[in-house]
Design a protein around this ligand. Structure first.
Ligand SMILES: NC(=O)c1ccc[n+]([C@@H]2O[C@H](COP(=O)([O-])OP(=O)(O)OC[C@H]3O[C@@H](n4cnc5c(N)ncnc54)[C@H](O)[C@@H]3O)[C@@H](O)[C@H]2O)c1
Length: 339
């Protein structure tokens, strides 16, 4: 299948490219490198030994999209391109609505003009908000607690209406839980440009001495050790969920959400201990106040993805920690070292 991957040079996109190419898909990336470097694609090409098309451009740009649709003629699109920091989204709401909503609209318009009917979308478990029960299943009410989460929910609604409007269309909405880990080679991984928003990159940067201590946001939650519980999903498992979703989209019409998690959750201190085991280094921690909008616990019921797409996570906590360490120790400055 020919697959257009928006935001393909990013953290999750780059791992997905490898899985797509391994399955024989023809792939083209559209990225504006606002949060990535072209070096990522050089590494993907080296790891895959394969052909990979790429176009530098913005997903909101109709003429770039029309040219791509005409030249590459994708059978399907995987739409990663977007802004993703919850805290930043409160400070820059319009930027988030612009990239995440206008970007999705521009892409769907271009797909409609070109007759491309299938899309897999990067959604997020943040669409659920405060849990009414756990684990969340896909019928749990949605009530996002951040601007970022609202952009994801709105994009889901737009995709659902788009898919309903014309019979052959299909949209698979993947609600990721907490992506972590890296490619086992240590050549691809998460490379935050600023202070990491996510736990694992922060821990990894402490381990290599780039930061003094891990900030733990609250140890007074109603959880066994007082820190937040999250359902961490290995990025390679997540990448494979996209391959399964493409196959699902070929066989189905309409829009359907799927949770992508492991069904097991870990605390901040569990993650620290796993990383200490993997790296052999001590991770100093410093407890600070809770972050607004954080919930005590999140957990996925991912049985729908298993039953309907045949997808299941296979990597455990040790794989998550070991691969993160492989990436961070091999690339202490991320892609910066060779970009
Ligand atoms: N990483 C997570 O924790 C997480 C969790 C849930 C959902 N998601 C979603 O998954 C997707 C990918 O996340 P990621 O962690 O790989 O993020 P990322 O920032 O590493 O990747 C996003 C990519 O999109 C590109 N991009 C951004 N705006 C663009 C635009 N206007 N035009 C073209 N390219 C653009 C960036 O340069 C980057 O390469 C995002 O939509 C994100 O919201 C991520």
């Amino acid at each position: 299948m020919r697959v257009l991957v928006t935001g393909g040079a990013g953290y999750i996109g780059s791992h997905t490219l490898l899985e797509l190419m391994a399955q024989g898909h023809e792939v083209c990336v559209l990225d504006n490198y606002s949060n990535a470097t072209p070096q990522v694609l050089t590494r993907v090409r080296a790891l895959s030994n394969g052909e990979l098309g790429d176009v530098t451009g913005d997903v909101r740009d109709a003429s770039t999209l029309d040219n791509l649709m005409q030249d590459f003629r994708p059978d399907a699109v995987i739409h990663f391109a977007g802004l993703k920091a919850v805290g930043e989204s409160a400070r820059k709401p319009l930027a988030y609505y612009d990239v995440n909503i206008s970007g999705t609209l521009a892409l769907l318009n271009a797909m409609s003009r070109a007759g491309c009917n299938k899309i897999v979308f990067s959604s997020s478990a943040t669409v659920y908000g405060e849990p009414r029960y756990l684990p969340y299943d896909e019928t749990h009410p949605t009530n996002p607690m951040s601007v970022y989460g609202r952009t994801k929910l709105m994009a889901e609604q737009i995709l659902t209406d788009w898919a309903a409007a014309d019979a052959p269309r299909g949209a698979v909405l993947l609600r990721y839980f907490n992506p972590v880990g890296a490619h086992a080679s240590g050549d691809l991984g998460e490379d935050p440009r600023d202070i990491p928003n996510n736990l694992m990159p922060f821990i990894a940067q402490v381990a290599v001495g780039k930061r003094d201590a891990l900030a733990v946001f609250g140890d007074d939650y109603d959880t066994p050790d007082g820190t937040g519980l999250r359902d961490y999903i290995h990025v390679v498992d997540l990448a494979r969920a996209h391959v399964a979703a493409l196959d699902y989209a070929q066989r189905h019409t309409g829009a359907r959400p799927f949770n992508i998690g492991t069904g097991q959750n870990y605390s901040v201190f569990d993650m620290v201990k796993a990383f200490e085991r993997a790296s052999g280094r001590k991770i100093p921690t410093q407890v600070t106040s809770r972050r607004p909008g954080d919930v005590a616990a999140m957990l996925a019921d991912a049985s729908r993805a298993n039953a309907e797409m045949g997808w299941q996570a296979t990597h455990d906590l040790n794989d998550m920690a070991a691969s993160t360490w492989a990436w961070q120790s091999k690339n202490p400055d991320g892609y910066g070292a060779d970009s």
